[in-house]
Design a protein around this ligand. Structure first.
Ligand code: ADP
Ligand code: ASP
Ligand code: MG
Length: 411
């Protein structure tokens, strides 16, 4: 029997009416003959409220206890969802991450799924039940509850779809699909019908909060077709899939902005083999996720090294760099928090030229100063002043015609 995984985000399960709507969607699939696994987030802003509760009692809460607390948000939703399904005459059972056999590494607050014991869910499916699994959580080898990072329920869903070899993973959310940019920031943004894993991965890691980046990694690795769609409208959304030939023709698929970033510059490190390796080994040990890295040689003996991190990792990163000062022998450390990163993403960039030129020109015409630039084969990112961020994003969307269907664009 074919399996389908349906994930419902926080706003899509915010109250009783929305829970019932989600339950009806799942039941409809069950009635069509599918085995259905639902993955749900905490209701509405529950996770934010739980974080606020914790911080009221302790400004620096222990991460284990934080995970223990935050996982309860999702646990409430799954039980309520199962009750809603029961009231419709649909057999269903809720499961926490632990009960569903979702194993993770032992890194609280940003755990990675290492294994899923598929038999636990499969047995319930074979018993005719819809299985409602709590997103965002798992269990580590010491039986501590772990969470997967904010927005991590997407990753639970796609990982389950991979483990269960599901036909599709549907991500139900409060937008109709993936847009060329966040439709809340650029009203004329357009829905994308189909996007490649690679582009979506870049967009997610560069600030497109509609999908959790790790979810796309799982999707790509295991070939899970992901369908991002509206939980309130019965319309097709966006398919995230392997690359298909027509995608090459689209120069820029999307634009993003990231504002919760900080840039650390280490001034005058020794320009010798092994120094960068030592710095990043220490950052990895401190569980800091580093985004872009730029090293510039100043002379034969000295170099400057900059990297960006999410604001939530800044304190750990600074502590780590201070700790290794005598070891790597740098002169000073300089931190910028007033930055934003604007990016354009598109696999068409691999085969076209003139994209960087067009991007930098557009920013220059709006008097936006570029602090630093990083690129990959399919993206260009610029760090700029935060207060110019929204204006810069709108400029890029207009210049790259992200408000027009691909076939109507001039470039
Ligand atoms: P959920 O609670 O369902 O997981 P999220 O808030 O995590 O929902 O993700 C949906 C939100 O992502 C949208 O409301 C939208 O503002 C934001 N978003 C950011 N970038 C994009 C994009 N490129 N396309 C669509 N939505 C985006
Ligand atoms: N509830 C978690 C969060 O708010 C996980 C999720 O919604 O995906 O980040
Ligand atoms: Mg989300």
């Amino acid at each position: 029997m074919a399996i389908i995984v349906q994930k419902f985000g926080g706003t899509s399960v915010a109250d009783a009416e929305k829970i019932q709507r989600a339950a009806r969607r799942a039941k409809k699939r069950a009635d069509q003959g599918y085995q259905v696994v639902m993955v749900t987030s905490a209701r509405g802003k529950m996770t934010d409220h739980l974080i606020a509760d914790a911080l009221e009692l302790n400004p620096d809460p222990c991460r284990r206890e934080m995970d223990q607390l935050l996982s309860t948000g999702e646990q409430q939703t799954v039980a309520l969802m199962a009750m809603a399904l029961h009231s419709m005459g649909q057999p269903a059972i809720s499961m926490t991450g632990f009960q569903a056999g979702i194993r993770t590494d032992a890194v609280p607050a940003k755990a990675r799924i290492t294994n899923i014991e598929r038999e636990k869910i499969q047995a319930q499916l074979d018993d005719g039940k819809i299985v409602v699994v709590a997103g965002f959580q798992g269990i580590d080898e010491y039986e501590n509850i772990t969470t997967l990072g904010r927005g991590g329920s997407d990753t639970s869903a796609v990982a389950l779809a991979a483990a269960l070899e599901a036909e599709q993973c549907e991500i139900y959310t409060d937008v109709d699909g993936v847009y060329t940019t966040d439709p809340r920031k650029f009203k004329r943004a357009l829905k994308i019908d189909q996007i490649s894993y690679d582009e979506m991965l870049e967009m997610a890691s560069l600030g497109a909060g509609v999908m959790h980046g790790r979810a796309i990694e799982f999707g790509k690795k295991y070939g899970v077709t992901i369908h991002v769609r509206s939980s309130s409208k019965e319309i097709e959304g966006t398919l995230i899939t392997h690359e298909v030939p027509k995608m090459e023709g689209i120069l820029v698929s999307g634009a993003t902005i990231q504002k919760d970033l900080a840039k650390i510059t280490i001034i005058e490190i020794e320009n010798h083999p092994g120094i960068a390796a030592r710095i990043f080994a220490n950052l990895a040990k401190a569980r800091v996720s580093v985004n872009d890295i730029i090293q510039t040689e100043i002379s034969e003996d000295i170099a400057n090294l900059s990297f960006t991190v999410g604001k939530s990792d800044l304190a750990d990163a600074m502590k780590c760099i201070k700790k290794i000062k005598s070891d790597v022998n740098y002169k000073d450390m300089f931190v910028r928090e007033d930055i934003a990163e604007v990016s354009i993403v598109g696999i068409g960039m691999r085969t076209h030229y003139g994209v960087a030129d067009k991007m930098f020109n557009a920013l220059a015409q709006k008097q936006v100063n570029i602090d630093s630039i990083t690129t990959s084969e399919i993206r260009i990112s610029c760090i700029i002043d935060k207060d110019q961020g929204d204006m810069a994003l709108e400029t890029l969307c207009t210049v790259f015609e992200l408000d027009k269907e691909p076939e109507d664009r001039e470039m």
